[in-house]
Write a protein that binds this ligand. Structure first.
Ligand code: MN
Length: 296
């Protein structure tokens, strides 16, 4: 059976949770199962609600079916309740390409995950426009990342229990102003430009997808720029959750971006920046493709 593709969508009746079905159809969960009104409610519903949603998706009631073309896809978590948590420098070949831009030829493996955040307000939908921020940054760049969505709260989560706290997986684009990232020392400024965090298109529940070794890549205007596997992370998802939750409570619906592989624009020879009209297609095996366009 195809994986469950959970979405958040909107139409004139507002924003709600759904399931993307075959044939361009959407199962409207607000109609089919009103307690599952939005993604946080689905997450809080736990395994029992997921099982009920799977049953509905396998045999969808006609009155809860919509055409995908008649709704607007939103980010699966459209408004995270707090900042998006991120890990920098988490693939060795990306560490090395970044070091090369600073004249460092012998890269050291990071000893600890480098945590930073993007403001929650930066999150945008699949298909939404990413502004160039012309005049603010000269070096706008893309980063494809596997994103873990937290399902159950926890603090001091041991590595061997970490995946039990993951609700599901999606794709994120950690759009970055490289000059701002570098100029301000702390990364927040370069990482939190408005509309710099596309998420989606779907969440695949963690019990349906082992994310430890998935193909991950990004095409810019059809050209393959990034291509790697999630197994190449320096700190894998269990380690990230273990360390992030140390003395810090993770909450349901928290969004954790797990770092990008090599192939970012600023490390190319010569360095490349995003420009208006660029089409970014981010693909992770088993999840799908997140597409956003850069615009003035
Ligand atoms: Mn990143």
């Amino acid at each position: 059976m195809a994986a469950l593709n959970l979405i958040t969508f909107a139409d004139a009746a507002g924003s709600r949770a759904g399931v993307l079905l075959s044939g361009g159809r959407v199962l409207d969960l607000a109609v089919a199962m009103p307690p599952a009104r939005d993604m946080l409610a689905v997450i809080d519903g736990g395994a029992a609600m997921l099982a009920a949603i799977r049953a509905l998706a396998a045999n969808p009631p006609a009155n809860a079916l919509l055409a995908l073309a008649s709704v607007a896809l939103q980010a699966p978590i459209p408004k995270p309740r707090r900042n998006v948590f991120c890990v920098g420098r988490n693939y060795m070949d990306h560490v090395a390409e970044g070091d090369r831009t600073r004249g460092i030829t012998q890269s050291e493996v990071p000893k600890y995950p480098q945590f930073f955040t993007k403001a929650a307000d930066c999150v945008i939908a699949p298909g939404a426009k990413v502004p160039t921020h012309d005049g603010v940054t000269k070096w706008l760049d893309y980063e494809v990342e596997l994103v873990a969505i937290i399902g159950t709260a926890g603090r001091d989560i041991p590595k061997e229990k970490a995946l039990e706290h993951v609700f599901g997986w999606t794709i994120g684009n950690d759009v970055t102003g490289r000059d701002l990232q570098r100029r301000h020392g702390q990364w927040f400024k370069g990482k939190s430009l408005d509309r710099s965090c596309p998420l989606g298109p779907v969440i695949v529940p963690a019990d349906e997808l082992d994310a430890a070794d998935l193909a991950i890549g990004l095409k810019l205007n059809g050209e393959q720029r990034q291509s790697s596997r999630t197994s190449k992370m320096i700190f894998d998802v269990p380690e990230i959750i273990h360390q992030l939750s140390s003395g810090f409570t993770l909450l349901p619906g928290d969004v954790i971006m797990t770092g990008t592989p090599e192939g970012v624009g600023y490390a190319m020879q010569p360095p490349q920046t995003l420009k208006a009209g660029d089409i970014m297609e981010l693909t992770i095996e088993g999840i799908g493709t997140l597409t956003n366009t850069v615009s003035d």
